[in-house]
Every structure is written in C-alpha cells, then in structure tokens.
Design a protein around this ligand. Structure first.
Ligand code: CA
Length: 228
C-alpha cells in the first residue's frame, strides 16, 4: 500500500516537526516546507494527497497560497486543511470561501488532527457531488425527492430555506459552512438571502428540530456545521 502523502506548510519549526512526527507515526508520508512559495512549488512537483496549510507565513500568506492552488488546474483538487491561530476567524472564513476544505485552530491535539485529516481525505474534494436521495443523520431523515424530513419517524414541516440548509449540513457532517456558502446553496429562492437571514433560518430550523437541533453547531465567527 502506498502511503498517503501530506504536505505540511508551517514556518514555526516546533509545530511543523510535531505535526510531521505525529503524521509519520500514523503511517503518512510527510513533506515539510516553511514558506508559501515552497508550498506552491512542492504542491506542483510532489502532488501530495492533502495539504496542511498554516495561514500566518512570512512572504506569501496561507490565503495567497490557497487562492493560487485553487486557481491552477494541477492543484485545484488537492484537499487543503488550514491551520489558524485563535482570533483569525475572518481569515478562516476567507480560506474556506477560497476553497479550503477544513481548518483547525491551534493548539490542537495530534489525535484531533489525524481524525480530521482522515475525514477530509475520505470525503475528498468531490464529496460535494453527493446525489443520495435519502440522507440520514442522528434521528433526522431527509428525503430529497419527496422533499420530506422526519425526526424520529415523525414528519417535520420545514420551510424551503430550512430544508435546503438542513440538507446541506446533513450531507456533509463535521464540515463547516460559512454563511456565504449557505447563501449559495439557497440561491434559486426568489428572495435575496443575507447573512442575517441565514441566522434567522437557523433559529427556525433548530427550534423545529427540538433536542436534535443541538447537533447543529454555531462555529463562532466562521459559520455552521452539523456534528457527526
Ligand atoms: Ca505561522
């Protein structure tokens, strides 16, 4: 079996070494680089299966790297997990909107990191084109074709927006969606959707879900996700 290859981009040596050590111990092959410029050249040259990308880098920032990698056809599909420090939520939002797949806030435990990377590589970048007609998670069952949702076997009456938001989150558990991503998913509704109305729909949706609403998590400063 060939080892999954991960490119770790982090200028702080201690953190980078620690990440590499833990990933290697889990059976990954790791390439370490310390700048955005090297990240791009290594991504092109070594074709890693996943990139762990620190946001705060000297020279090209993590966001610049993210934008550049998504713009190039050779690297557009490589999953990217952003590493951020606390307080960088707005950069995380930008990163996710530039096409990063997930993010982790430092400090994190090696175990948490490995679990997250496994989830990201499992769903890949094409997990988005999921065409399941029935999505089940926790006690919630979503029937796309019939446009029906049930909770513990009992039908639930949702508005179209609530239905679309729930479907989006439930199809991609553990994935954080920024408000803009949610707004994109709601387009087609015949009224303009704003950041604020996403929050309003979320309140309505959680209320209707009752105790199951706790599975939808507000990720402060970033967006929403449904926990697995
Ligand atoms: Ca850094």
């Amino acid at each position: 079996m060939t080892k999954e290859h991960i490119l770790v981009v982090e200028d702080e040596e201690d953190i980078r070494e620690l990440i590499a050590y833990n990933l290697e111990r889990e059976g990954y092959r790791v390439t370490q680089v310390e700048s955005g410029e090297e990240a791009i050249s290594q991504a092109l040259e070594a074709e890693p299966q996943l990139i762990l990308l620190d946001l705060m880098l000297p020279g090209l920032s993590g966001l610049d790297v993210c934008r550049e990698l998504r713009a190039r056809p050779e690297t557009a599909d490589i999953p990217i997990v952003i590493l951020s420090a606390r307080g960088e939520e707005s950069d995380v939002v930008t990163g996710l909107e530039l096409g990063a797949d997930d993010y982790m806030t430092k400090p994190f435990s090696p175990r948490e990191l490995v679990a997250r990377l496994r989830a990201v590589s499992r769903r890949g970048r094409h997990g988005v084109s999921d065409d399941r007609e029935i999505v089940s998670i926790h006690d919630v069952r979503i029937d796309k074709a019939r446009h029906e949702v049930s909770l513990g076997g009992k039908p639930l009456k949702l508005t179209l927006s609530e239905f679309l938001i729930l479907e989006l989150l439930a199809r991609h558990p553990d994935r954080v969606f920024t408000r803009n991503r949610i707004i994109e998913a709601l387009r087609g509704d015949d009224y303009p959707v704003t950041d604020r109305s996403v929050d309003v729909h979320m309140v309505g949706l959680r209320k209707k879900l009752g105790p199951a609403g706790r599975h939808i998590e507000t990720v402060r400063g970033v967006g929403y996700r449904m926990k697995r």
